[in-house]
Design a protein around this ligand. Sequence first.
Ligand SMILES: [Zn+2]
Ligand SMILES: [Zn+2]
Length: 333
Amino acid sequence: MKAVILPGHKQGYRIENVPDPKPGKDEVVIKVNKAALCYRDLLQMEGFYPRSKYPLILGHEVVGIVDEVGDNVSEFKPGDRVTSMLFVPDWSCEYCKTGEEVYCKNRLVYAQELDGFFAEKARIKASSLVKVPQGVSDEGAVIVPCVAAMVYRGLKKAGFKAGDIVLVTGASGGVGIHAIQVAKALGAKVIGVTSSENKAKIVSKFADYVITGEKFSEEAKKIGDVSIVIENVGTSTLEESLRSLRTGGKVIQIGNLDPSVVFNLRLGYLILKDLSLMGHIGANKRDIIETLDLVKEGKITPVIGGEIKIDKFEKGIQLMKDKNRYGKILISS
Ligand SMILES: [Zn+2]
Ligand SMILES: [Zn+2]
C-alpha cells in the first residue's frame, strides 16, 4: 500500500509502497476513507518530536472502515466505521481512571510512537477507536478527534456557560472554522477574527460577528464582554486576545503557528484583569463521542478546503502553508 513515511528525524518524507499492515493482539486494521492534515504534521516533519520511533507513517486524524480485527478484539468487527483518538492511553493510571486519559503518562501517540494514518490502510489499537454514528459523514467524523472535540473539552475546561461571548482567532482555519461551530452549538455568541476580507466571507457563514485585521480588541470590546478567547494563531495575536477579554476572562491557547517566536507576557496585565491563560492539549474519548453527536445533530458542518491524493502529498503541504486557505485539508488514497 501507499503511505507517507518519515524515514528519520528531520529527514523529510517519502511516498512509499509498504506491506499492508496486519492486526496484532488488541488491534484492528482499517481501510482509510479520509485522513486530515494538521499543523502537528508539519511540526513532526520539521523535527519537533525528536523522540518519535522512526521510520513512521505520518498523520493522526482519520476515519475508515474496519477491515480486519486481531485477537482479543470483541468491540469492533469488519465493516464498522470508526475514527480514533490521537493517542493510545494505558487506561489504568490515575488520570485514565478519572476520565482524563489525555494526561496519561504512558500514552502512545499516533505518528510519533505508533504509525499514523496517511496510508491506504492503518493499524490501530482497538482501545483508541470510536464508532462513527450513522448520519455523520466521513468529513464530519475526521474533524472531530483533533479539532472539534479538542475545542469542546477546552470550552468545558474554561468553565464555558451558554450565552458567553467567545472570540475565535484564526477563524477561517481548520481549527478556527470548527471552533466557531462548537462554541455556537453549546450556546455561545461568537466573534470570528480573521486576516482578510476573502476569509471573512467564510467566517461570516458561521460566526455572529466577524472582525478583520490585526488590531481587533477595541472592536471586540464594543460587541460585548468576551469571556473566552479560543486562540488558534499564537504569538502574533495573543496580546490582542488578552486585551479583548473581560475581567476574569480566559484564553484557551491552541495555536502556535510560529513556535520560534517568544511571547513577552506582561504579568501585571494578567493580574489586574484576573485573566487566565490556559494551555490545552486535546480531547478525551468521552469528548469525541459527545462531539460526534453534535455533528450528527447537524450543529457542526465540516468545512473542507481541499482533498489531496497521497501521491500528491506535497500539494497538501503547500495548501497548509497557503495564507488564503480555509478549513481542513484531507488526504485520501
Ligand atoms: Zn491534528
Ligand atoms: Zn493512563
